[in-house]
Design a protein. Structure first.
Length: 404
């Protein structure tokens, strides 16, 4: 009887794609999926470490599998993803029944790690396979340790859904003071346009027609080919020419890289969605400075005005962190003003969660009380919900032949 696996995914689209690639590899190995962890032989958690809450969820879920592991110690429990890279040995301290931790830069060895565990008697000691920390190693060694893993996907495996996620950059160099991503996913690396085009072509040949290009700061994509530096706009033109591609979008954008050439490409290419997810994080200049975001609220507004001015019908969404270190009521009101000005179709709002190892944790006190964070979260959400309601009512009216 084939071995059965269960994989649970937390976090962003990077993790969704990583899980999809892990599933494909496990299927190729002859294993079959099972959607109940207690019935599986191999259980994997693909984790997120952006907020404390996401980590606690994983530790609780791991705790619930203690009996499952005790019942049959041959079963395999693995922790993948950002928390694996961040916590490493600490995972074993909090959940001693875990067999291995594998960082997001080492997915290439997932199958051999599982095979080694399956075939060895007695079971080898706990396995840690992670990448190097960028603060204490040379850039070349760190880059080498975060391996790009983009194996060919077979749509028939049932793991690739539309829109297909296609990674164009790995890692992040933005170094926002609150964020662990540059540490757990390493330095930014852009894939070659040829590699990306081959992957899109391969998926399109199998009937996939819609694509989401993903990267932590996707619009900072750059790849040097001889004299020419290939940017996201160039990539959109190239991918638009691939037969079978009908629709494309790209997430997540960094405000400072929203250049006119990119906006022109989005405006002119019929296959590219006229939508932009560009996290603003805050509407207060002093908070943005502490967040190390390198732009002001005024520059963000100007960028939003440019998007709406250049691309008729364009829509935007954003992320916000409320209750960041030292955020006052006045700072928060400036965030509310920014949301009202930019008229986002939706905003994803998070309460600040201090993350060990980040600049913010080192330099600033997490001094906004939890009730204030909660209040600001709900208040901003209410403002956003009203704007979203007005935008959908307008869209409906515009598309109705009687009111047009
Ligand atoms: N560039 C990434 C992306 O692809 O979406 C952002 C990574 S993160 C998964 C998504 C959002 O989480 C960020 O835009 C930010 O609003 C929020 N976030 C990041 N670090 C946080 C923290 N320490 N506390 C609360 N929210 C945080």
């Amino acid at each position: 009887m084939p071995l059965q696996f269960y994989i649970e995914t937390l976090g962003c689209q990077m993790n969704v794609l990583d899980s999809e690639l892990a599933c494909s590899a496990l299927l190729r190995m002859g294993m079959v999926p099972n959607d109940a962890p207690n019935d599986a032989d191999v259980v994997l958690f693909n984790t997120c470490s952006v907020r404390q809450h996401a980590e606690e969820k994983v530790y609780s879920a791991l705790g619930r599998l203690k009996n499952w592991k005790e019942e049959n110690p041959q079963r395999i429990l693995g922790v993948l993803g950002c928390m694996a890279q961040k916590d490493q040995k600490q995972v074993f301290r909090r959940a001693p029944h875990v067999d291995f931790v594998l960082g997001p830069g080492r997915l290439d060895v997932l199958i051999e790690t599982i095979e080694r565990l399956l075939n060895a008697t007695p079971r080898p000691a706990k396995t840690i396979c992670t990448s190097l920390h960028r603060a204490t190693n040379s850039l070349a060694d760190v880059l080498e340790s975060f391996r790009l893993y983009n194996p060919e996907r077979t749509v028939a495996s049932g793991q690739t859904e539309e829109p297909a996620l296609v990674r164009i950059t790995f890692g992040c160099d933005q170094c926002c003071s609150y964020c662990v991503v540059p540490f757990v996913r390493g330095p930014e690396q852009s894939r070659s346009p040829q590699d990306i085009a081959d992957e899109v072509q391969h998926l399109a040949d199998q009937g996939i027609s819609t694509f989401t290009l993903i990267g932590q700061a996707v619009n900072s994509y750059r790849y040097q080919e001889g004299e020419h530096q290939f940017r996201l706009a160039d990539l959109l033109y190239r991918l638009s020419d691939i037969g079978g591609v009908e629709q494309m979008d790209f997430v997540t954008n960094y405000p400072l890289y929203m250049t006119d050439d990119l906006l022109q490409a989005v405006r002119d290419l019929p296959k590219v969605l006229k939508h932009f997810h560009v996290p603003a994080q805050s509407g207060s200049d002093s908070i943005l400075k502490r967040m190390n975001r390198h732009y002001t609220a005024g520059q963000y507004r100007e960028m939003a005005d440019r998007i709406y001015g250049m691309i008729p019908g364009a829509t935007m969404t954003s992320d916000f962190i409320v209750g960041f270190c030292s955020e006052t009521d006045e700072d928060f009101e400036q965030t509310v003003d920014l949301v009202k000005h930019c008229r986002f179709r939706n905003s994803f709002i998070f309460k600040y969660s201090e993350r060990a190892g980040t600049k913010a944790a080192e330099l600033y006190a997490d001094d906004v009380p939890e009730e204030v964070k909660k209040y600001r979260n709900n208040r901003l959400l209410e403002v956003q919900i009203e704007i979203s309601r007005q935008l959908s009512a307008k869209k409906e009216a515009d598309s109705c032949p009687l009111t047009r």
